[in-house]
Design a protein around this ligand. Structure first.
Ligand code: SIN
Length: 493
C-alpha cells in the first residue's frame, strides 16, 4: 500500500547530488518496507561508489562559496528550513511512522524535536565567536578564529530518521561546512523529504547531498568517503563496532570524528526515591520509540527495600501499554524495525530465562488482529536479572526491562560502571548528598537525576568510553564542525 501525503513530492524517490535529483548510477533501486507488515510500500535509489564520489565532488565544489556566505544568511536559510519542517509536520510525521514504525504521535513529536535542532543551530550560527587573546608581549595581536572543517560525511541511523539528520546537518551547515549524507537503509524516505525541504529553504546546490543505499551497498558508499581526503569529518550515530571501523578507516586521512555509539544505560532506584516518579521516569525513558534508543535504560537496579513495591507498580504500567501499528490510534509501542531486531530481543529474553530470570509481564512476540505483522514484541519486565545475561551486556534495543536487586550504593555504582559503554545513566533519589556523589561516580556522558526525558537541543548529547566521542546539540554541537585557527599578527608596536 502506498503512502498518500498532502505533498506527495516530499517522496521524491531519487537522491540529491549537486543540483540534480537522480537515480543510482546503475539505476538499481532499494525497497522500503513498513515494519508493521514487512510489506514494500516505496523505493529509493540503491546508491553506488560512483554516486558517493559525485556527491563529494559536488560538496567540495560548493564549499568555498558556502563558507563565504555571511553567518546571518546561513542562519536565515536554516530558520526557513525549520519553518518548513514545522509547516509539514503532519506529512513528515507520517513518513517517519510508516518507515520506522513509531506511533504517529511520536512521529509528529520527532518532527518537532528535529526542528528544534535546526532552529537552535540557526541561532548558534551567528554566535560562532572566536577569541581575542591578551598577547604576552607588546606589538602583537593574537586571535583564535573559528573556521568550518570542510566537507562532512553524515551517516545516520534508523531509530530517529529526522532528528539525527537534523542534529548533524544543521550544525554542519551553520558552521559553513558542506555535507554528504547517507541515511539508514531502513528509513531513507524521511531524510529525502528533509533534504527536499532544505533545498526549498534555499540551501544552494552542492551544499547538501544525499546518497541512499542498501545494507549490502553501504560499505562501498562509505568507503569512498573514508578514503577521500577532501572529506574532513565523519559524523556517525550507530553501533560501536561500526564506529570503531570508521575511526580506524579514517585514520589515513586523519578526519575529525563525532561518534555517537551504543549505550548500556543503568537506571538506579534507591530506597529513598519517590517510587511513583521513578516508575514514570522509567516508562518515559525505556518505552520511547519502543525501547529503540541509544539512551534507553538497559539495566534497571532497584534497592532491596523498595524492590518488590517498585516492580509491582512497574508491571501494572507496562502491562497496560497498547501495542499496535503507527496508524492505529492509541498505539504506544509500534513494531520493531525488522526481523534482526526482534530476533535479538527474543535471544536476550531466552538467555535471561535460561540463566535464572523470571518474567513478570510480557516475554513473547505478539500476533493478533491489531498486531498483524511479524515484528511486534510484548512490553516485558524480567526480575532476577544479573550481569552475566546478554541483556545486561549488550543493548537489547526493544521493550524489555530487566530488573536487578541491589543492597548498597557502592555495589550499584560498581555494577552500573561495569560496562565498556557510557552514554546515559539515570538514578532516582531524594538525598541531596547522594545525588552529587552518584552523579560524579557514574561513568557516563549523560546523567538523568530524577528525570527520564533528557534530550534537548540546548544540551550536549554524547558518551564516554566505547559510547564514542563528540557532542551533538548545544554550543558544543556547533564547535564539533569547526576548527580553531590561531593568528598572531606582529610588528604592531
Ligand atoms: C539515539 O537514540 O541515538 C538518540 C536518542 C535521543 O536523541 O534522545
Amino acid at each position: 500500500m502506498t503512502l498518500t501525503l498532502e505533498r506527495q513530492d516530499l517522496m521524491p524517490g531519487t537522491q540529491l547530488i549537486g543540483a540534480d535529483w537522480r537515480e543510482a548510477s546503475d539505476e538499481r533501486r532499494l525497497d522500503v518496507t513498513d515494519p508493521a507488515t514487512d510489506a514494500v510500500f516505496a523505493s529509493v535509489p540503491d546508491g553506488t561508489a560512483a554516486d558517493a564520489r559525485a556527491a563529494v565532488d559536488a560538496a567540495h565544489a560548493a564549499f568555498p562559496a558556502w563558507r563565504a556566505v555571511p553567518a546571518k544568511q546561513r542562519a536565515a536559510i536554516l530558520k526557513r528550513w525549520n519553518d518548513l519542517m514545522v509547516a509539514h509536520q503532519e506529512d513528515l510525521g507520517r513518513l517517519i511512522s510508516r518507515e520506522q514504525g513509531k506511533p504517529l504521535a511520536e512521529g509528529r513529536g520527532e518532527v518537532a524535536y528535529a526542528a528544534s535542532y535546526v532552529e537552535w543551530f540557526a541561532e548558534e550560527a551567528t554566535r560562532a565567536n572566536g577569541e581575542v587573546i591578551p598577547a604576552p608581549v607588546n606589538g602583537r595581536r593574537m586571535l583564535a578564529l573559528k573556521e568550518p572543517v570542510g566537507v562532512v560525511a553524515a551517516i545516520t541511523p534508523w531509530n530517529f530518521p529526522a532528528a539525527m539528520i537534523a542534529r548533524k546537518i544543521a550544525p554542519a551547515l551553520a558552521a559553513g561546512c558542506t555535507v554528504v549524507c547517507k541515511p539508514a537503509e531502513d528509513t531513507p524516505l524521511t531524510s529525502l523529504a528533509l533534504v527536499k525541504l532544505a533545498q526549498e529553504a534555499g540551501v544552494p546546490a552542492g551544499v547538501l547531498n544525499i546518497v541512499t543505499a542498501s545494507r549490502e551497498r553501504t560499505p562501498e558508499v562509505v568507503d569512498v568517503w573514508l578514503a577521500d581526503a577532501r572529506v574532513r569529518k565523519i559524523t556517525f550515530t550507530g553501533s560501536t563496532p561500526v564506529g570503531k571501523h570508521l575511526a580506524r578507516a579514517s585514520a589515513d586521512t586523519l578526519k575529525k570524528l563525532s561518534l555517537e555509539l551504543g549505550g548500556n544505560a543503568p537506571f538506579i532506584v534507591f530506597d529513598d526515591a519517590d517510587l511513583d516518579a521513578a516508575v514514570e521516569g522509567l516508562m518515559a525513558a525505556k518505552f520511547r520509540n519502543g525501547g529503540q534508543t541509544c539512551v534507553c535504560p538497559n539495566r534497571v537496579f532497584v534497592q532491596a527495600k523498595v524492590h518488590d513495591a517498585f516492580v509491582d507498580k512497574l508491571a501494572t504500567r507496562v502491562g497496560a501499554l497498547q501495542v499496535g501499528p503507527a496508524t492505529e490510534p492509541g498505539s504506544q509501542i509500534g513494531p520493531m524495525i525488522n526481523a534482526r531486531a526482534i530476533e535479538k530481543i527474543e535471544r536476550h529474553v531466552q538467555d535471561a530465562l535460561a540463566r535464572g530470570a523470571r518474567i513478570v509481564v510480557g516475554g513473547q512476540r505478539l500476533r493478533s488482529a491489531r498486531c498483524d505483522g511479524p515484528n511486534y514484541y510484548a512490553p516485558t519486565v524480567l526480575v532476577n536479572a544479573d550481569a552475566r545475561m546478554a541483556c545486561s551486556c549488550e543493548e537489547t534495543f526493544g521493550p524489555v526491562v530487566p530488573v536487578t536487586r541491589f543492597d548498597s550504593e557502592a555495589e550499584v555504582i560498581a555494577a552500573a560502571n561495569d560496562t565498556p559503554f557510557g552514554l546515559a545513566a539515570y538514578f532516582y533519589s531524594t538525598d541531596v548528598r547522594r545525588i552529587w556523589r552518584v552523579t560524579q561516580a557514574l561513568e557516563s556522558g549523560i546523567v538523568g537525576v530524577n528525570e527520564g526525558a533528557l534530550a534537548a537541543e540546548a544540551a550536549p548529547f554524547g558518551g564516554v568510553k566505547e559510547s564514542g566521542y563528540g557532542r551533538e546539540g548545544s554550543v558544543h554541537g556547533l564547535d564539533d564542525y569547526m576548527h580553531t585557527k590561531y593568528v598572531c599578527e606582529g610588528g604592531l608596536s
